[in-house]
Every structure is written in C-alpha cells, then in structure tokens.
Ligand binder design. Structure first.
Ligand code: BYC
Length: 328
C-alpha cells in the first residue's frame, strides 16, 4: 500500500490523546451542529494538519493544473478560444492564491508550501501529470476534469472550515463557467468532422483512467476519509463522489456517440452503483509518488518560475529582507 501520508493507529491515538478531551468533545459538537470553524477557534491538531494537507494539495493542483492548458494558449483554434483559455488559466492561478491564503490561516506559510511543492514533498492532483497532446485533450480537461472538480468542490464547500468553504464557493462559481467553455469545445469536436471526432475519442481514451483516479483511491484504500468525513472536511467518500460523477457525465458522453474506454462500465440496477473495470491503482500510486509521465516536467516549470521570480518578490519586500528563497 502507498505509504506517503500514512498515520498508524498508535499515532492516531497519540494525536487524540494530545488534545484536551473536553475541548475535543466541544469541537465535535460544534461540527455536528453544522457550525463553521474559524482560524482563531480551538481545533484538534489532527484537524489542522489534515486541512493544511488537503488545502495545500488543492492549491498546488490549481497552479500545476494551469500548465497543461497554458501550453495551448498560443495554439488554441481561433481567437475566441485563445481568449477563453487564457482567462481560464488566469482564474486557476487566482484559485491557487485563494487556497494558499486559506491554508495560511492554519499556520503554514506560503513559502513553506511552495518549497514543499517544488521539492516534491507535497502532492497535487494526479491528472496534471499527463500531457495535453492535442486540442482535444484540452477539451477533455475543460469538460470532464472541470466537471469532476465541481462535483468534489461543491461538496467540500459545505464543509466545516470557514476559510476553505468561502474560498471554494467563489472557486465553484468560476469553475461552473469553465465547465461551459470546456463543454462547448468538447461538443464542437464531437459534432465536427470525422478527424475531429477521432482525435476527441483518442483523447477520451487517454484521460478516462486518470479521471477515474481523480476522486482518490477506493473507500477501502482511502487513508484519511473516515476522519475527514467525521469532521466534515470531506462531505462524501471517494467512491460516492466518483459514483455521483459517473451518474451525471456518462450519459452526457454517450449522448455524443463517444465510447467510454471501459467495456465493463455499467450501472448495477440492484445497488444503483457504477461498476467499472480495474482502473489500475498501481498507476495512480506511481503517478502521485512522482513517477507519472509529466511529474518532472511540471515541477521543473515551477522551479524555474520560483527561481526567476525571486527578484520580483525581493523587490516587493525591500525592507524586511525576510523572503525565504525556495529550497534554501
Ligand atoms: N491526486 O486518503 P485519501 C482542478 C492521495 S484542481 C493526487 O483518499 P483524501 C483543476 C491523498 O493525498 C482540483 N493524490 O485522501 C485545476 C493521500 O496521500 P497523502 C484538485 C491523491 O485526502 C486546474 C492518498 O492519496 N482537487 O480540478 O481523503 C484546471 C490517500 O488518499 C489523489 C482537490 O485537491 C489525487 N487525485 O481524499 C482544471 C480537492 N487522491 O496526502 C481543474 C481537495 C488521493 O496521505 N481534495 N490522493 O500522502 C480532496 O477532496 C481530497 O483530498 C481527495 C482525496 C478526494 C482528492
């Protein structure tokens, strides 16, 4: 099993032991009542740690997620598509800013987070470690990955940590608009020439498995879900989110006469749940460990941006001189 963030049962007990039981009970009662937890409020160490991990990973996913689409700004077909993809990429960077600000309220600085991203210590979404080879890949990202992100984020937005929920609410509004541009690009290709349809089908074939992975490992393999759901950081399990997504988007793909590249995919009428072929979880764990097709390239771009942007940050903070150079 992948062991990146694994917390042993013993460590878990220790973490709970470290927290004052009365404060913990009062905290959990607040969560049960549906109250939002704010930065100045008491919170268990594990809640803080988990939120930093998740929000930070989410922020990194936004800036790394801008890279595959960013390479298509100059190559998008036509002026309007170029404008739209450029605006979308700018929005993603804005989302990262909102999310880093939300994570900072929990005590980890932005510099530490960026250091952990470029050193490979922190994770970001598996999907951004695959290349966007053609314009059709960009359409698949814009429609099907943004749709997956919306399923996940509209649920997370109802969670317990105030700053994360407020950031997500705004992000979801913008993502809903991104979805429209992705859907428009996707439908144009699906209803276009034979060559356009073929290219779109090839892109769908490449992306289907990473999309299934997007919601995280199965509930049996998920490490953090139980605690995160108890504390209403996550509002649905990985499998429930994946199921909800398949319910919504399998029909929309099929109505365009495209083939989902999984012959075993079907909805079980007895359970109402989707059944699918082996999504190759080994590939997922390899990708999130840093061994996907584009991990090195993505981090190299971030490193370049950090190194070449240092002078700008230093110029903006002339008096303090306290800026920590990434990887210093
Ligand atoms: N990719 O215990 P589990 C976007 C890791 S940006 C990589 O189930 P959890 C967009 C997990 O971190 C949207 N790693 O985890 C941007 C853990 O490892 P560690 C990104 C993954 O947290 C630009 C291990 O696997 N969305 O859409 O309970 C353009 C065990 O997993 C992934 C978010 O970040 C993954 N897919 O549940 C277009 C949303 N899945 O940390 C679009 C916020 C799992 O112990 N995050 N892992 O080493 C979440 O909602 C949850 O973190 C997840 C996973 C549902 C993703």
């Amino acid at each position: 099993m992948y062991g990146g963030g694994y917390v042993s049962e013993e460590q878990r007990k220790q973490m709970q032991f470290d927290d004052d039981p009365e404060k913990l009970a009062a905290f959990e009662a607040r969560i049960d009542r549906g109250e939002k937890i704010e930065p100045q409020d008491w919170m268990p160490k594990e809640y803080r740690k988990q939120l930093i991990r998740m929000i930070e990973q989410h922020a990194h996913s936004e800036i790394i997620g801008a890279l595959p689409e960013g390479t298509w700004i100059t190559r998008a077909p036509g002026f309007k598509r170029k404008m739209a993809i450029m605006a979308k990429v700018q929005d993603e960077i804005g989302h990262a800013q909102l999310l880093y600000a939300a994570a900072e309220t929990l005590g980890k600085t932005r510099e530490q987070m960026l250091n952990d991203l470029i050193s490979g210590k922190s994770k970001y979404s598996n999907v951004f470690n695959y290349p966007a080879k053609t314009w059709s890949d960009v359409a698949v990202i814009g429609f099907l990955i943004d749709a997956a992100a919306i399923v996940n984020q509209t649920l997370n937005a109802k969670g317990s940590y105030g700053p994360y929920c407020r950031a997500l609410e705004r992000i979801c509004y913008e993502e809903a608009f991104h979805l429209k541009q992705g859907h428009d690009a996707f439908v144009s290709l699906a209803t276009g020439s034979k060559r356009m349809r073929e290219e779109l089908q090839e892109a769908l074939n490449r992306w289907w498995r990473p999309i299934i992975h997007f919601f995280g490992p199965s509930d049996k393999q998920s490490v953090h879900s139980d605690k995160l759901m108890k504390w209403k950081v996550k509002m649905a399990s990985n499998d429930d989110m994946r199921n909800q997504y398949l319910d919504m988007y399998v029909p929309r793909i099929r109505e365009l006469d495209l083939t989902i590249p999984d012959p075993e995919l079907r909805k079980d009428p007895d359970t109402g749940r989707w059944v699918f072929g082996d999504p190759n979880w080994d590939e997922f764990y390899e990708v999130i460990k840093g061994n996907g097709p584009c991990n090195e390239e993505r981090l190299a771009v971030r490193r370049w941006a950090e190194e070449n942007g240092t002078w700008v940050r230093q110029a903006l903070q002339p008096k303090s001189g306290k800026y920590i150079t990434p990887l210093a």
